[in-house]
Design a binder for this molecule. Structure first.
Ligand code: LMR
Length: 391
């Protein structure tokens, strides 16, 4: 039976981790997978997480199962950060824990499919795993242009698909720090997007994987909150993997906003059934650590300070790129005003290969770079290598 399986390519982004680790050149630069790095190139555990983990070691008295919804203390404690003051929209929003943001996206798409969604519209480009998840759920995908050549978001394209969609179709949007482009909708754009959703009845699915890494926790939630305030129903897929630095602990949550609070039990009975059949129950440890942080004012402050340092460092790298102006044929100026971990370089797969082989600079084949892989110690090398391959 197993002979019928055909060879699948490894996930290109995850394959880069190994390629990079195997490279012995001391000045190699990792701009591949999306993890935050300090100016020294490390991805340390947040001090707030370390303290919370110690508290867990001291206080946790059982590891018995919690159920498919996971740690509801964690899920509920996050809500004011995501949804703002009226975090439940009058009781219309509820959630459950998922294995990372990927689990949350998977659940959102599978549940939309179960509810009869006929098609999901998705920006091009998007996080490559979005397309893989949709293919696996077997839901139809339609693409619209996310960005214009000048490095700004293509508002007209997204408005057109939302307006044409209707209640049987969904549009998947990135809340902030767009992956892979770093190009976010402006607040004015979000106002127009929210109005288009309200008018058309098209169903919003919002992937919020980088809150706090762009402009700030509140600022990065502007669009999501605006859309949710305008529509009767929506899904939100959330990840804490980046903004709490708990990548391998896989810490995420899925939220659904219903027309009426009374509809939530049916929605979550379906979400629980899907979770049970996929991962049964989410991993606990990282979510529990986040819950411990969020219940303690001093730990919240420590966490937000650490997040701010990360954000500031990435803004500094972006500002340095902007002030460098150009590298060969690449205009670096638009990167200054873009957000989050990622940026797209206008380079061909051949140039990506050349950067890797000749300059030990690792990035996704699409030309996506992780801005956090750059720092004042390697930026000059990066810019001259980019100039050498594109000039
Ligand atoms: C990325 O895009 O690099 C991250 O979201 C990690 C992942 O799972 O792909």
């Amino acid at each position: 039976m197993l002979e019928r399986l055909t060879q699948q390519p490894p996930d290109a982004l995850l394959a880069l981790i190994k390629l990079y680790n195997d490279d012995a050149r001391p000045d190699k630069i990792d701009l591949g997978v999306g993890v935050y790095r300090t100016g020294q190139g490390d991805t340390p555990v947040f001090a707030a997480i370390k303290r919370a983990e110690q508290i867990l070691v001291d206080e946790q008295d059982t590891k018995a199962y919690l159920g498919p919804e996971g740690d509801m203390g964690f899920v509920n404690a996050l809500m004011p950060y995501i949804f703002g003051e009226d975090a439940t929209m009058g009781g219309r929003i509820s959630g459950m824990q998922t294995p990372g943001g990927t689990g949350a996206v998977r659940l959102a798409v599978a549940l939309a499919n179960r509810a009869g969604c006929t098609r999901v519209h998705m920006g091009k480009p998007s996080w490559p795993n979005h397309a893989q998840i949709m293919a696996d759920v077997d839901i139809e995908v339609a693409l619209f242009d996310h960005a214009r050549a000048d490095g700004t978001a293509d508002l007209d394209a997204v408005l057109a698909v939302i307006k044409a969609g209707g209640p049987d179709e969904a549009v998947l949007l990135h809340a902030s720090c767009h992956n892979p482009t770093g190009i976010d909708y402006s607040n004015d754009d979000w106002d127009a997007i929210a109005a288009a959703f309200a008018e058309s009845g098209t169903f919003p699915i919002i992937d919020c994987a980088y809150q706090g890494l762009g402009q700030g926790m509140e600022e990065d939630a502007y669009g999501l909150r605006k859309v949710l305030a305008a529509v009767p129903e929506a899904f939100v897929a959330y990840s804490c993997d980046k903004n709490f630095g708990v990548y391998r602990d896989r810490v995420g949550a899925f939220y659904a906003m219903a027309k009426d609070a009374a509809d939530l039990p049916v929605i979550f009975s379906n979400a629980n059934a899907l979770a049970r059949a996929s991962w049964s129950m989410p991993p606990d440890h990282g979510g529990a650590a986040v819950r411990v942080i969020l219940r303690d004012e001093a730990l919240v402050k420590l966490w937000l300070d650490e997040l701010e340092q990360m954000r500031d460092r990435m803004r500094q790298v972006r500002a340095a790129m902007e002030s460098a102006g150009t590298a060969g044929s690449v205009d670096l100026r638009p990167y200054g005003s873009q957000n989050g971990l990622f940026a797209m370089l206008p380079v061909s797969p051949e140039q990506v290969k050349q950067l890797r082989e000749e300059h030990a600079i690792y990035m996704a084949g699409s030309g996506r770079i992780n801005v956090a892989g750059l720092h004042m110690g390697n930026l000059d090398k990066f810019i001259s290598a980019l100039a050498a391959v594109t000039g």
